[in-house]
Design a protein around this ligand. Structure first.
Ligand SMILES: [Cu+2]
Length: 237
């Protein structure tokens, strides 16, 4: 093999298989949330692709993710993670927090943990995992756990990017916590991905029929009305 061929063949090996970067604009309609109605907040929509020919998902593209606890909120409020990824929940507040989920996709409970510490969980099954803090009823989050790495989550503008999608046929899925399952199922569609970047047709998600229900604490009970200003009741575990 001449040196020229060595260079050419090494360049060929270095070129990755052609994959597409997809973008899609999502928006919510029929919302009761003022910022959404005014077009200022289309965040928290997850769009993902499942291949028509289901093959092995390959290595986890983002094995470590973070959902902060800050100002008595989970940030980001909605996260997508591939099966096998570990999500850390650092407590950046000056008060104790917990995080738990009793949803079938992934049951876990960190208990209360102090400021400046973190807990983590590795997600082993796909599903929509709802997460709460056991002492702050206003704290909630959603992690959508997916088998394949081709997903994106919208920010306030509603733009979603899905990177490095190999060419092929896929089923596109949509999730938003204020959309009913029938609405989301109706938005599913087949798409064909070819090499090259592509803007998918926009997606409008109706919140029609959504009813907000208060969630229970980890014991399946209503949250007690009295938590002191520090955020954790005495003797609570
Ligand atoms: Cu909390």
């Amino acid at each position: 093999m001449t040196w020229r061929w060595r260079i050419v063949s090494s360049l060929l090996l270095a070129v990755p298989a052609l994959a597409a970067n997809l973008t899609v604009a999502v928006r919510m309609s029929h919302s009761r949330v003022a910022a959404v109605r005014q077009g200022h907040d289309y965040s928290g929509v997850v769009v993902w692709l499942d291949p028509a020919d289901a093959g092995p998902p390959g290595p986890v593209r983002q094995p470590r993710l973070t959902m902060k606890q800050k100002d008595k909120r989970f940030v980001p409020h909605v996260l997508a993670a591939q099966v096998g990824a570990t999500v850390q929940f650092p407590n950046l507040d000056a008060i104790f927090h917990s995080a738990f989920s009793n949803f079938s996709g992934q049951i876990f409970d960190f208990g209360l943990y102090p400021p400046g510490t973190s807990r983590g969980v590795t997600f082993s099954r796909p599903g929509v995992v709802r997460i709460f803090c056991n002492i702050h009823p206003s704290m909630s989050a959603v992690i959508v756990v997916l088998p394949y790495p081709w997903f994106g989550v919208s920010g306030p503008s509603g733009e979603i990017a899905i990177r490095d999608v190999p060419p092929g046929d896929y089923r596109l899925h949509v999730f938003h916590e204020r959309a009913r399952q029938e609405t989301l199922s109706a938005l599913e569609r087949r798409i064909a991905v070819s090499s090259g970047d592509e803007q998918l047709p926009p997606i409008e998600i109706s919140e029609t029929g959504y009813i907000e229900a208060p969630h229970k604490n980890k014991y399946g009970l209503d949250y007690p009305p009295a938590t002191d200003a520090s955020g954790y009741p005495a003797g609570h575990k």
